[in-house]
Design a protein around this ligand. Structure first.
Ligand SMILES: [Zn+2]
Length: 89
């Protein structure tokens, strides 16, 4: 019996900011709602999600690289104001 396939049971996601891979637990899921990027703090929001480290550095990187636009296939600019509250101390 091979145990190698078990690795797939732990999904890895890529932070859209720093592009590092991390387990789902280490990343914040965000979704787009009417042009706004909203943190899915409870993991219950529907729709297409993107993942980012809950750190200002990664949010800034993602904004600068337009990674959210790409992740959500948005045409225009997205409002990321809600992510600015994540500013880590
Ligand atoms: Zn990151």
């Amino acid at each position: 019996m091979s145990r190698r396939t078990r690795a797939r049971a732990c999904p890895e996601r890529t932070c859209v900011g720093c592009r590092e891979h991390a387990g789902k637990a280490g990343l914040l899921r965000v979704v787009m709602i009417e042009g706004r990027i909203v943190p899915d703090l409870r993991g219950t929001l529907p729709g297409r999600g993107a993942y980012v480290h809950p750190a200002q550095r990664c949010v800034d990187l993602a904004v600068r690289r337009r990674a959210f636009q790409r992740a959500f296939r948005a045409q225009g600019p997205l409002d990321t104001a809600e992510l600015q509250h994540l500013r880590s101390p």
